[in-house]
Design a protein around this ligand. Structure first.
Ligand code: NOJ
Length: 552
């Protein structure tokens, strides 16, 4: 599956790529019912991934390279194999140990019906009924995700102090920050009222799906999210108190420690409430991720996000892919490049990989020129596509099983990345352990994306990313200010042209399928600093379709 010594061995690669920090998804002790987002011990490393000593070694080496390490914190739920839940299961209804989770009596004469109508985000019921110690059917417990991920009761002060102790445990070890999982989910509305909406982890999926089936003009609209009516388990006011407390915990430590929220909250004005000065430092900006390959939607996402973060004085973030979404290289190669499928199987439309990659590189040229923090998903820098033909029996995402395959799920974006094109498993297991098949098989096409094939090759995706990140740092774009080039007529999103200035740099992107003529004076006055692809600028001074350039 990859392990911490493996991460350590690739720190130099990451340094050379030009990133400042690394966010690691959960490596804690876990039965792996949801790829580690089901933690059974928050203070230990799962033996699959190494040991605490391996973690310390990785952290020391990262810091020596001036790379910061952000770890994933999963506070909404534990694993059902966590000591607390084991105790709660064995205890009596109403006991203190049960009060760490959300247990309720069922409805119906014999308590045979779930306490309310909430559905799990991974499909099926959000409640599971326990068999009590004496063998009789007992209380129900809430799990917004898998049955093996019981939700903690954040109304219980013991839960709060335990999670603060977990924060301190990792801060004491020297971590630079935390990515907070389901940051909008810990507090549930009083009385756990029924809710007629349907929840999706990835906001926007719902609206996109219903727009497709509605077959109306609305299907062109940007997704509006799934919180209509507002959900009783996401984005409740009470979550902010938790982050105000955590803000104080971080303040006890030296350096520049941070919290970044994974909160699928819309609109941007609601999201930025998580990054008010006394709460977290950053929040993932999923509006940008959901914009897809579309100049108007991307412009709107950037404008909205920058305006919203300005109101709280925090930096914006930008991200196009992560371990929960179909890789953007693949999404941009579909016939609807603004679509947002919940996984892709061999039975679905297959992407035009080359077109998707062209667009992904142009989108990266846009994203990496924006002020704020840019997050890359592992493999973005290789132009890696989704594995779209993974066999059903190999799928591990609980959402696939719980929806009986209706939702294909997230395995396709989690396939290990290829390091060496000639090695077994493309070198993923190369090094300290015996070469073996990686935990999810890679498609054959991954050979052509292998890092060793791209390293030092002019025009490769990897070299493009290295160049873009070096320039991002040189021009201090992260600290810059964006200005759309509307007045000069360069920024015309309705005509597939996106253009802005950030400090000394001008960015120009052509979302269309026709070359865009640029005036000779315009080009003569400026030097080309970056091309999203080697042929982004033609000899006649045209900006190629699906391409972007940086000029200074
Ligand atoms: C969000 C994580 O990114 C996802 O991978 C996980 O399944 C859910 N939260 C539940 O923890």
């Amino acid at each position: 599956m990859g392990d911490l010594p493996g991460v350590t061995s690739k720190l130099e690669y990451l340094k050379e790529l030009g990133v400042d920090a690394v966010w690691l998804s959960p490596f804690y002790a876990s039965p792996q019912a949801d790829a580690g987002y089901d933690v059974s011990d928050y203070r230990d490393v799962d033996p699959r991934f190494g040991s605490l000593a391996d973690f310390d070694e990785m952290l020391t080496q990262a810091h020596a390279l001036k790379l910061r390490i952000i770890v994933d914190l999963v506070p909404n739920h534990t694993s059902d194999e966590h000591e607390w839940f084991v105790q709660a299961r064995a205890a009596k209804p109403g006991s203190e140990t049960r009060n760490r989770y959300i247990f309720r009596e069922g409805k119906g004469e014999q308590g045979e019906l779930p306490p309310n109508n909430w559905q799990s985000i991974f499909g099926g019921n959000a409640w599971t009924r326990l068999v009590e110690a004496d063998g009789t059917p007992g209380q129900w417990y809430l799990h917004l995700f898998d049955t093996k991920q019981p939700d903690l009761n954040w109304e219980n002060p013991e839960v709060r102090s335990e999670m603060e102790a977990v924060l301190r445990f990792w801060l004491d070890r020297g971590v630079d920050g935390f990515r907070v999982d389901v940051a909008h989910g810990m507090i549930k509305a009083e009385g756990l009222p029924d809710w007629d909406g349907a929840a999706a982890m990835v906001e926007g999926q719902q609206a996109e799906d219903s727009a497709d089936s509605a077959d109306s003009a609305d299907s062109e609209k940007a997704p509006e999210g799934n919180m209509n009516p507002p959900s009783p388990f996401f984005d409740q006011e009470g979550v902010h108190e938790i982050y105000r407390a955590w803000n104080q915990v971080l303040k006890e430590y030296d350096g520049d420690r941070m919290l970044v929220a994974e909160a699928w909250v819309e609109p941007a004005e609601r999201l930025v409430r998580y990054i008010r000065p006394d709460e977290m430092q950053q929040a993932f900006n999923f509006e940008f991720l959901l914009a897809g390959w579309d100049a108007e939607r991307m412009t709107a996402a950037i404008t909205n996000s920058l305006a919203a973060v300005e109101s709280v004085g925090a930096p914006s973030t930008w991200v196009m892919s992560n371990h929960d979404t179909v890789r953007h290289t693949t999404r941009y190669g579909l016939s609807t490049p603004t679509g947002f499928p919940k996984g892709i199987s061999a039975a679905d439309e297959q992407p035009d990989e080359a077109l998707g990659l062209l667009r992904a590189r142009a989108a990266a040229a846009i994203m990496l020129a924006l002020p704020g923090s840019a997050y890359l998903y592992q493999g973005d820098e290789l132009g890696l596509p989704e594995h779209t033909t993974l066999a059903a029996e190999l799928r591990q995402d609980p959402a696939f099983a719980r929806t009986k395959g209706e939702e294909i799920g997230r395995d396709g974006c989690r396939v290990p990345l290829p390091w060496y094109d000639q090695e077994p498993g493309y070198g993923f297991s190369h090094g300290s352990v015996e070469p073996s098949q990686p935990w999810l098989p890679q498609p054959e096409s991954f050979a052509s994306y292998a890092a060793d094939r791209q390293d030092g090759v002019p025009g490769s995706t990897l070299e493009f990313y290295r160049e873009a990140l070096a320039l991002r740092s040189e021009y201090e774009l992260g600290q810059g200010v964006l200005e759309w080039l509307e007045a000069s007529g360069l920024h015309q999103p309705d005509k597939d042209i996106l253009s802005f200035r950030n400090g000394e740099l001008t960015v120009l992107a052509n979302f269309g399928d026709q070359p865009l003529a640029l005036s000779t004076e315009f080009l003569e006055d400026r030097g080309v600093r970056l091309r999203s692809q080697p042929k982004a600028l033609t000899e006649n001074g045209e900006l190629a379709p699906n391409s972007a350039i940086w000029l200074s």
